[in-house]
Write a protein that binds this ligand. Structure first.
Ligand code: KG4
Ligand code: ZN
Length: 508
């Protein structure tokens, strides 16, 4: 769901509304208008205001302000208020997060605030954001005679400048990925895949994958450190995929990450695998342009996401209701007597084939399906159709033109994926499409996506393939984003969650 409010920097023009809310919220403690005016326009402050999007005129429903004197490593939250009618909607949290981001941008090392001792709701919000209660000022609020809690948030520091060095661990499927980043910069991306061990089964076997992660973790970690020219003591934080994915496989990475976090006494961030696929673009472009639609297609997932904000607003538009796109390639490769993994084999076999030779079905594209499943995918019908077609031809003693079948099948998959992704961009007026996942290697998918995006003026982003397939660098990159946004680390209580929803970017 999109937020029902908008946050922007506050200006003098907002002063009257700010004062109304200030008086409503703080009564006796309210600042006078001159003080407020001075703070809102001062150069060393950053004031932001939240407005109700549904209201016809700009209706102020909250504001907050930060002060940071240049050269001083400490910053203060000066004030925060949310209109009573707008409470419980996460506006206070959103305002705080915006100020945290700004404090980090201004390179503050510590952020302070005071809160009434009799306001547990606010205290809990600040605690959840990573603040700790460090002092109490007795009877600070007068005439109510109420104590003030002094709270402090310490931003994660790094040994080299301000950008944190983050180690990312990814074990959600059959790739053991260890990545290391410094802020937005990629330092190492080492992948060890157990793909070959699954080949004779024609698909990933969860137990085999979990066991392979156990064996691969240490050597992969050491290779990554060597590549980055770092040792474990240089790492500022650990990030780990805690879902979605294969339960047993995830558990190996989560266990290793927790052990490292405890042993090194470094913070840990449990992050969402799918959001990692999206965030990886930062490593190539230095930032993620939002909003963006993301199409993630691999052997394990086929998801269409609308990303308005990488850390706070990721929406699942649709996903496969049966097989993943990569799985469909792997299964059809088997039908055609090709090797595992099937994607690259089908890509090769399709060269010279006629994509129009056989019209295979496009799942969930009929008008009746589009109503309920506009952005969902289904590949099981396609798989059955191809298998039937091959069986029938064989039964009739016809020679099968593998190139035609492969090209026609590949066309059907690429067509559905691209059509639905482009629809999502057009429907939501998002001029960007980002691809991720191993199926992005598919030649026809890339070609068709480029063609359709060009037609509609949509910017297409395809990260390097080593960053599209499952990897630890994307997990490290997402962890670094959380740290640089001032987010508190996860506790050690989180577990592996094989069905973690995409809305949960970080598990606390
Ligand atoms: O992201 P990925 O490396 O990891 C897992 O999902 O584990 O994706 C692997 C999947 C496999 O199903 C593979 O068949 C598919 O991506 N794939 C392709 C191609 N290359 C790999 N599918 C279609 N065309 C390709 N060229
Ligand atoms: Zn993936």
């Amino acid at each position: 769901m999109s937020a029902a409010y908008l946050i922007r920097e506050a200006t003098e023009a907002d002063l009257a509304q700010i004062m109304d809310l200030e008086n409503d919220c703080f009564g006796n403690d309210a600042w006078d208008q001159d003080t407020m005016h001075f703070e809102v326009v001062a150069h060393h402050t950053y004031y932001i205001a939240a407005f109700d999007k549904a209201a016809v005129n700009e209706t102020l429903i909250g504001y907050a302000g930060l002060s940071k004197i240049p050269g001083n490593e400490q910053a203060d939250i000066q004030t925060i208020a949310v209109a009573e009618s707008a409470r419980g909607k996460g506006i206070g949290k959103a305002l705080m997060q915006e100020l945290l981001k700004e404090a980090r941008r201004l390179q503050a090392e510590e952020l302070f605030l005071e809160v009434r001792a009799d306001n547990p709701a606010a205290q809990n919000l600040y605690l959840a954001l990573g603040f700790e209660h460090i002092d109490t000022r007795k009877r600070y609020y007068q005439p109510d005679d109420v104590d003030a809690w002094v709270m402090r948030l310490q931003f994660a520091r790094s040994t080299t400048g301000r950008e944190p060095i983050v180690l990312g661990i990814e074990t959600s499927c059959d790739e053991t990925g260890i990545g290391i980043v410094r802020g937005n910069t990629l330092l190492a991306n080492i992948i060890s895949s157990s793909m070959e061990e699954h080949a004779r089964f024609g698909g990933v076997v969860p137990e085999i994958a979990a066991r392979a992660h156990l064996e691969a973790l240490r050597p992969t970690l050491h290779q990554a450190l060597a590549k980055a020219n770092l040792s474990l003591k240089d790492i500022d934080a650990i990030a780990v995929t805690n879902g979605p994915g294969l339960g047993g496989a995830l558990m190996v990475g989560v266990g290793a990450a927790k052990a490292l976090s405890v042993a090194l006494e470094k913070p840990i961030y449990a992050v969402n695998h799918l959001v990692g696929h999206v965030g990886v673009d930062i490593l190539e472009r230095g930032q993620l342009e939002t909003p963006t639609v993301a199409l993630l297609v691999s052997g394990g997932h086929t998801s269409l996401l609308l990303v308005r904000d990488l850390l706070d607003d990721v929406e699942l538009l649709g996903e496969t209701i049966d097989d993943a796109a990569g799985e469909a390639f792997d299964k059809i490769a088997r039908v055609l007597g090709l090797k595992y993994p099937g994607g690259p084999e089908i890509d090769k076999a399709a060269v010279g084939g006629d994509p129009k030779a056989i019209r295979f079905p496009r799942g969930l594209t009929l008008p009746k399906d589009m109503e309920k499943h506009r952005y969902d995918f289904s590949f099981s019908g396609l798989k059955t159709a191809v298998a039937r077609w091959v069986e029938k031809a064989e039964a009739a003693g016809e020679e099968i033109n593998v190139a035609d079948v492969a090209a026609s099948f590949r066309e059907a998959v690429a067509d559905v994926l691209v059509t639905k992704a482009v629809n999502a961009c057009l429907d939501h007026k998002v001029p960007r499409l980002l691809l991720g996942g191993g199926v992005v290697a598919n030649a026809r998918l890339r070609e068709l996506a480029q063609q359709k995006c060009d037609e509609h003026g949509i910017e297409l982003r395809i990260p390097a393939l080593s960053l599209c397939t499952d990897n630890g660098a994307m997990i490290a990159a997402l962890g670094a984003q959380l740290i640089m946004a001032g987010r508190a680390p996860s506790s050690l209580h989180f577990g592996a969650d094989s069905t973690l929803p995409v809305t949960s970017v970080q598990t606390h």
